[in-house]
Design a protein around this ligand. Structure first.
Ligand SMILES: Nc1ncnc2c1ncn2[C@@H]1O[C@H](COP(=O)(O)OP(=O)(O)OP(=O)(O)O)[C@@H](O)[C@H]1O
Ligand SMILES: [Mg+2]
Length: 455
């Protein structure tokens, strides 16, 4: 490993150099000013650059800007004197791998270097493997049905990141397959046989967080009659999937960060810490950058969790996947409901292709399943899709507005869920409150009133 340390303080340079040598890194160069650093980094293939932000003349940000494009595989770790978040954010946006606040904790520094080094190795491997694996879904991800090139390259990225054991953050709209992706990463990782514990963070009451995550000892509080294993302990040797991570309260964010860094924690009321080996995958359908800016999500935790980031595109941005997925879900629904439907009529497929899916793949799956349930022929026709009136005749189709189309779909989904507002909202990819508002509006229309009255 080749490391360059850039800092205008000589004391800092030498002490960090000594530390790295002591930990077995032989090739460590030092450099006392930004201008020289730019030349050195451009000319040498350093694995890692430790970069001080505050330097006279040419500062760390300028060094990064002038070198990262030339050395995309060199990883930069930013050292910042004060906790200067805005500049640090800029540095991370410009491609720095991590940042540490001075005075730097030796263990943290070393950990960060180790991770950056792994990351670099993976990236170099990735640029080769991404090209090789263009056409197929890696084995661990075989539940994911796709033929979209963008998904293929995400999957090979996920495959490589899975091997690192580092935290992965998955973002994407509702129903884009975040959990499916998380399970794939778990299977592609180092401990595919270990447990996969999925926790929906938004479903845990605030008062229960600590004991749910970290467990408690017997007698830790009134009513704690026996010891309880928290999610972290349950996931030991495997994966902890934190869904809706944006809902984690601030106090817990600090604790989670500590577990990620120290790999140990204290259950409530326990005298001794527990050490765990857990890979954390988090998911969110919200933009956490904004939450960070507003102070609702800790930036340091954000970067820890997002050591690899996978953003799943909405279904609308996966050309060619709708027919493929529709046939996949048709087969699944036929097996599940013991029906024998062969396929889709061209008109039905055309409707499926032209539809909006705010609930993405989950919604498409539901639409197809519902169609299979009501199908009385070998092929799914527009009638079975609950969009019959759009296909009565070309003339009728022209008359039918988009709004009516959506309303018919909503009524259809409600009927198929026996009026269950939660399930219907989930299928439609909207909130229960939005659904209720739509129902109220539709009830004013005589056309729907009689249908909606009973459900
Ligand atoms: N590419 C795919 N191929 C096959 N099935 C898929 C695909 N993507 C998603 N699904 C299916 O769609 C449904 C929704 O997927 P999943 O639960 O992973 O989405 P999500 O992004 O976690 O949604 P939410 O944000 O609502 O939690 C699941 O039943 C999943 O099996
Ligand atoms: Mg999910």
């Amino acid at each position: 490993m080749r490391v360059l340390i850039v800092d205008d303080e000589e004391v800092a340079l030498n002490s960090v150099k000594r530390l790295l040598r002591w930990r077995g890194i032989r090739s460590v160069d030092i450099c006392g000013n930004g201008k020289e650093a730019i030349n050195r980094i451009r000319e040498n293939d350093y694995d890692i650059v430790l970069l001080d932000l505050l330097m006279p003349d040419v500062d760390g940000l300028q060094v990064l800007e002038a070198t990262k494009p030339y050395r995309p595989h060199t990883e930069f770790i930013i050292l910042t004197a004060i906790d200067d978040i805005p500049t640090t954010v800029k540095a991370i946006r410009m491609g720095a791998y991590d940042y540490l606040v001075k005075p730097v904790d030796n263990d943290l520094l070393f950990l960060s270097i180790k991770r950056a080094y792994e990351h670099r190795g993976l990236l170099i491997g990735l640029s080769v493997s991404a090209r090789e694996n263009q056409k197929e879904v890696p084995e661990a991800f075989n539940e994911i049905v796709t033929q979209c090139p963008r998904m293929f390259s995400l999957l090979s990225y996920a495959q490589v990141m899975a091997a690192s054991g580092n935290p992965v953050m998955i973002t994407g709209e509702s129903g884009t397959g975040k959990e499916l992706m998380a399970r794939g990463i778990h299977r592609a990782g180092a401990a595919p046989k270990g447990p996969f514990i999925a926790v929906n963070v938004s479903a845990i009451p605030a008062t229960m967080f600590e004991s749910q995550f970290f467990g408690h000892a017997k007698g830790a509080f009134t009513g704690a009659e026996s010891a309880h294993q928290g999610y972290f302990e349950q996931a030991d040797g495997g994966t902890l999937f934190l869904d809706e991570i944006g809902e984690l309260p601030l106090a817990l964010q600090a604790k989670l960060l500590r577990v990620l860094e120290e790999k140990s924690f204290y259950p409530l009321g326990a005298a001794k810490p527990i050490w765990v080996d857990v890979r954390v995958i988090s998911a969110s359908n919200r933009n956490l950058n904004k939450a960070c800016q507003e102070g609702n999500f800790r930036l340091d935790l954000f970067y820890r969790l997002k050591s690899a980031h996978i953003h799943l595109p909405p279904l609308a941005e996966r050309p060619g996947d709708i027919p493929l997925l529709a046939r996949h879900f048709l087969k699944k629904a036929c097996a599940q409901h013991k029906k024998d439907v062969q396929g889709f009529s061209p008109e039905a497929m055309e409707l499926l292709n032209g539809k909006n899916y705010p609930g993405n793949i989950r919604e498409l799956a539901q639409v197809v399943e519902n169609a299979v349930l009501v199908a009385d022929t070998n092929f799914i026709t527009p009638q079975h899709l609950g969009m019959a009136h759009t296909a009565l005749s070309p003339f009728a189709r022209q008359l039918c507005t988009l709004k009516e189309n959506d309303e018919a779909h909503l009524a259809f989904v409600l009927m198929n869920t026996n009026g269950d507002r939660n399930r219907a909202a989930q299928t439609l990819g909207i909130t229960v409150r939005q659904l209720q508002r739509k129902i109220a509006a539709m009830k004013k229309n005589p056309r729907w009133e009689s249908i909606l009255r009973d459900i």
